[in-house]
Design a protein around this ligand. Structure first.
Ligand SMILES: NC(=O)c1ccc[n+]([C@@H]2O[C@H](COP(=O)([O-])OP(=O)(O)OC[C@H]3O[C@@H](n4cnc5c(N)ncnc54)[C@H](OP(=O)(O)O)[C@@H]3O)[C@@H](O)[C@H]2O)c1
Length: 334
């Protein structure tokens, strides 16, 4: 009998004390078991690295259960079926799923979706045609509800979610303002993505720069980072402004998140709403339909940061938590 094929996998082996580190992960090699009836084997081509994974590394109360120790690290994947004993899939099908940080995934077909990789690259289904873009769509349309002429601000503006928020706000007739870390990211946000302007929060004078960028105040704020950025944005909110709280990445990796002036929520009569995109599955088909149309007609620009090889996933993930990515962070396995 031929030797069983080897699967390389990355496990979470310990929980971070403060900042996460590569030592929290371990690369192991495991033989692949033969498929059972109803199962599908997928060769993962791309892993999606996402900020929410940092929360799963902790054993803390949250909207989702923690990642169990000594199991494959959770995560979105895009790949190709190599073998199937499930009538809904055949070898060669391109699929996206949640197969985690490993080279091969085995699935009973639940949560595995076929995609058409003939017209857009497979990787796009993890970013601009996937969860991050639907997140942008929902937070903007479902919570901020932008009206033409309003000013919409988004933090982490060059990233997977933020880049889409600003482009959709612009398409809705708003003034789109980004906040991003560094001159190069800000230049990209304006020159390639078409935002009206972008504030570099690392330039050392955030409050003055925000005032100069939006003298008329802010009607909608799409929050991705929290902390000092949120504290600088809040005083610029107009009465009856809306804040979609999508993420607070500056507080994910073991740092506290102080909020300076919560009373502004009252005095400016703000609507502040957090959301989790997987709790709004009803809007996914509509959002993906609109986003797909925009990508096909080149009205929605996107950028990817691609790390090479499974062994580099932990370092790329830690980089994402410190702004080293420039666009949707992926790991290419094939
Ligand atoms: N609610 C939901 O359902 C949902 C779904 C998806 C994503 N999210 C959230 O959306 C946000 C963006 O996610 P993404 O996938 O699009 O990631 P991303 O923006 O592509 O990458 C993360 C970016 O966050 C910024 N960042 C990192 N550390 C920071 C810090 N200390 N202070 C300020 N900015 C920092 C960096 O950009 P700069 O270099 O510009 O600082 C980094 O590039 C995250 O907060 C994530 O948790 C929420």
């Amino acid at each position: 009998m031929a030797d069983a094929q080897i699967n390389r996998r990355i496990l979470l082996v310990s929980r971070p004390q403060g900042e996460a580190s590569v030592s929290n992960f371990k690369l192991v090699e495991t033989p692949l078991a033969p498929l059972a009836d109803g199962e599908v084997r997928v060769r993962n081509h791309y892993l999606s690295l996402d900020p929410y994974m940092r929360g799963r590394m902790d054993d803390a109360k949250s909207y989702a259960a923690p990642q169990p120790l000594n199991e494959v690290m959770i995560g979105g994947t895009a790949g190709v079926v190599t073998e199937s004993r499930n009538p809904a899939f055949k070898a060669g099908d391109s699929v996206v799923g949640m197969l985690g940080w490993q080279e091969y995934g085995t699935s009973d077909g639940r949560g595995l979706n076929k995609v058409d990789a003939s017209r857009v690259p497979l990787s796009a289904y993890l970013g601009v045609l996937g969860m991050p873009s639907v997140t942008a769509w929902y937070g903007l349309n479902g919570i901020i509800e932008p009206k033409a002429g309003e000013t919409v601000v988004v933090s982490a503006a060059s990233g997977a979610v933020g880049s889409v928020v600003g482009q959709l706000a612009k398409a809705a007739g708003c003034r789109a303002v980004g906040i991003a870390g560094g001159a190069e990211k800000c230049r990209y946000v304006v020159e390639t993505l078409g935002f009206d302007t972008c504030v570099d929060y690392k330039a050392g004078k955030l409050r003055e720069d925000l005032e100069a960028a939006m003298p008329g105040g802010i009607d909608g704020y799409f929050e991705n980072v929290g902390g000092e950025v949120l504290n600088a944005v809040l005083p610029r909110m107009n009465a009856f402004g809306r804040i979609a709280v999508c993420g607070m990445i500056s507080g994910y990796d073991g740092k506290p998140l102080p909020m300076d002036q919560p009373r502004l929520i009252l005095t400016q009569r703000l609507k502040v709403q957090g959301f989790i995109v997987y709790e709004h599955l009803d809007i996914w088909p509509r959002a993906l339909g609109e986003l797909g149309e925009r990508v096909a007609t080149k009205k929605l620009h996107f950028r990817e940061s691609i790390a090479q090889g499974l062994e580099n996933a932990p370092e790329a993930f830690l980089g994402l938590l410190h702004g080293k990515n420039f666009g949707k962070q992926l790991v290419k396995l094939v």
